[in-house]
Ligand binder design. Structure first.
Ligand code: UD2
Ligand code: MN
Length: 557
């Protein structure tokens, strides 16, 4: 809270802290007493504030976002990686550094050389430090779930929260140990964290996966807001208040900081591009996409304005705790890793909430090329199964796009393999959530999501006639664009459909059968030679439809 020039004098810091605390909280003489007994300045003062629950509740009032950061004048300015600078591995340590890479799938050796409370550049847009927030923001519990996290990054994550969060807003930090196998994460971690009264450790007896670990963390939380973070992050200056402010304004807002990049190679803290939205592509693959320049110009979007996101990345967000439970938390049937970001995103939007990225809140994260922990079952199958659960519950008819873009093989077994969904489906009904069609139209209109792969007439290039389905019989006749009985669609599940009837091979002919997505014999491959039934190797050459070519569709995707 002090100007930089005043900050190196311990007495100034102490006086200021005492004044600040007495101004905001006249009823806490014990804290003021404690503060005045301190020998060492900023860091200790902050610890005292963290160890007591100072309540700063002047309702109605505002203040400038606090740039609380005891690290910005570090004890060791020349330390490796200080101020978020890139660090390099000395020649004689290259082998060691390479050898240790797989402990975390980033430069674990370098991470150990860097102070656990290093300073990082304040990367917020200029205006952020001038923004006002309410004096009576809700408090938050910060939840870190981890399994076999690297010691130095776990500590740096915790310190960044302790050092850069206003004490009265940080109710506690909950570390959920998802049954780690590393020894240092046991007693050594307990001992280290015991110096911070706000840090609690929960140990899961069996490996639950990150989703159920988060549920366990949430159920232990006592703050009004839940803030989830990955265990290899660095929260930046002023990161917390802008998040809580949005929730204060509307408890159904679920807010994410901008996720900046901590290099996995040199551990430098890197600024990311502005105006990035969280989006997905089929089959439910998360990605980033910048707001179009045109949109930014037309709406005069400022670099500090909240950005509405169709989906969140998943790892870092704050959410009102009671709202989290109102939405049924996460589907506890999701295993290990993946898909939970889609689930919670669809749930939030379709059931009355909103997801935003708040550019004034910034947190660095180490993006890793691999998971440094084991998947109890096959990794790919675990993620596919999670996504299929999400698709089955939230996507309505659009789930065909999900399966059609890559997960056909799940279809035949899905019912048994993806587990029971009754509770999730009931929840959606109970909450009276909107349809996925509504979501697409209102939240993510730029997603290409046609319900079928192609539709139109089926035309025989030889005879120049079109297929008609009339009185239960398929035959060729003169083409008529307006004739509904000549209109067919090719679905994402590869069925050739008219209303509820689908093409089925029978001997060398084709008949119509009731559509059923679980029946493989109803699926057709569309190849240059014509239509190939997936039930037979190749549709025979002399059949009536062997010469269809791509051009017969009015609309094709
Ligand atoms: C991203 C998210 C992550 C999660 C994931 C999809 C960000 C920055 N990260 O992947 O939070 O949403 O997408 O599921 O948005 N963990 C456990 N138990 C497990 C597996 C993981 O506790 O069985 C912990 C892990 O130690 C880490 C966190 O969960 O702290 C996220 O895992 P990650 O860092 O491997 O995921 P990430 O960043 O690749
Ligand atoms: Mn991560």
């Amino acid at each position: 809270l002090l100007k930089p020039a005043e900050r190196d004098k311990p007495k100034n810091i102490l006086d200021h802290a005492v004044k600040h605390v007495s101004a905001i909280n006249k009823t806490k003489p014990d804290i003021i007493q404690k503060l005045s007994e301190l020998k060492d300045p900023a860091e200790e003062a902050l610890q005292v504030l963290h160890s007591t629950s100072v309540q700063v509740r002047r309702s109605g009032g505002h203040h400038k976002v606090m740039a609380l950061d005891v690290t910005d004048r570090p004890r060791d300015p020349s330390a490796v990686g200080q101020f978020g600078q890139p660090a390099s591995v000395p020649r004689d340590k290259e082998l060691e550094s390479r050898r240790r890479w797989s402990e975390g799938f980033f430069n674990v050796f370098l991470s150990e050389q860097i102070p656990i409370d290093r300073a990082i550049p304040d990367t917020r847009p200029r205006i952020c430090s001038e923004n006002l927030v309410h004096d009576d923001l809700p408090s938050t519990s910060v939840i870190f779930c981890f399994v076999d996290e690297v010691w130095s990054t776990l500590l740096r994550s915790v310190h960044s929260v302790l050092n850069r969060s206003p004490p009265h807003l940080l109710k506690e930090i909950i570390l959920v140990d998802d049954c780690s196998t590393k020894d240092y994460l046991k007693e050594q971690l307990d001992v280290y964290m015991s110096q911070f009264p706000k840090v609690r450790i929960i140990r899961l007896k069996e490996r639950q996966g990150l989703i159920r670990a988060r549920i366990a963390g949430a159920s232990a939380a006592t703050g009004e807001v839940l803030t989830f973070l990955d265990s290899h992050v660095e929260c930046n200056v002023g990161w917390l208040e802008p998040l809580l402010e949005r929730i204060y304004l509307d408890r159904k807002k679920v807010v994410c900081p901008v996720i900046e990049v901590i290099s996995d190679k040199d551990m430098s803290y890197m600024l990311v591009d502005n105006f990035q939205r969280g989006i997905f592509r089929w089959p439910l693959v998360f990605g980033w996409s910048a707001l179009p320049q045109e949109y930014i110009r037309k709406n005069q979007v400022k670099d500090s304005d909240p950005i509405r996101c169709p989906v969140m990345a998943g790892g870092l967000f704050s959410m009102d705790k009671s709202y989290f439970y109102e939405l049924g938390a996460y589907d506890p049937g999701l295993d290990v890793w993946g898909g939970e970001n889609m689930e919670i995103s669809f749930k939030i939007w379709m059931c009355g909430g909103e997801i935003e990225i708040i550019p004034c809140s910034r947190v660095g994260h180490i993006f890793r090329g691999d998971n440094p922990y084991k998947f109890p079952k096959n990794r790919v199958k675990t993620v596919e199964r999670n996504l299929a659960r999400v698709a089955e519950v939230w996507l309505d008819d659009y789930k065909e796009l999900f399966y059609g873009h890559g997960y056909h093989h799940l279809l035949d077994k899905s019912v048994t393999e993806i587990g029971n969904l009754t509770e999730q489906i009931e929840l959606r009904k109970k909450l009276e959530c909107k349809s996925f069609k509504w979501y697409l139209e209102n939240v993510y209109p730029d997603l290409d999501a046609p319900l079928v792969k192609a539709e139109g007439l089926i035309f025989n290039v030889g005879t120049r006639k079109c297929l008609v389905f009339l009185n239960d019989v398929l035959l060729f006749d003169k083409c008529e664009h307006t004739n509904k009985s000549q209109h067919f669609s090719y679905t994402w599940l590869r069925m050739l459909r008219q209303n509820t009837s689908c093409f089925a091979p029978q001997e060398k002919q084709i008949i119509m059968e009731p559509c059923d997505s679980t029946k493989p014999h109803l699926r057709w491959m569309h190849k240059s030679k014509g239509l190939v039934s997936t039930a037979q190797n190749l549709f025979s050459r002399d059949s009536t439809i062997d010469r269809f070519i791509n051009e017969w569709w009015d609309r094709k995707y």
